[in-house]
Design a protein. Structure first.
Length: 92
């Protein structure tokens, strides 16, 4: 009986160590999964940033084109106004 009691006492620290190791392995697996999810999220966000940059470039190009068209409109408006003044002068 003494040997049986001694063995169960001697195995108790090993059982605790085994339990701790199992929990540690579980934590490592969870961390790996979290890292994989973070990497996927990082890739998704990188693609989204690239898409936003492309949209921004398109918007800037459209804004520049709009500005150019407004300038051309003002030039045409001035020229048409001058032509109308010349036509009115001819009708005198």
């Amino acid at each position: 009986m003494a040997k049986t009691a001694t063995r169960s006492v001697d195995l108790e620290p090993i059982d605790r160590l085994e339990d701790k190791l199992k929990r540690l392995v579980g934590m490592v697996e969870q961390m790996r999964l979290a890292q994989a999810r973070a990497a996927e999220e990082n890739q998704r966000l990188t693609r989204e940033i690239e898409s936003m940059r492309a949209r921004l470039a398109t918007g800037e190009s459209a804004a520049h084109e709009l500005s150019t068209l407004k300038e051309e409109r003002d030039v045409i408006r001035t020229r048409v106004g001058e032509m109308l003044e010349q036509l009115e002068a001819l009708n005198l």
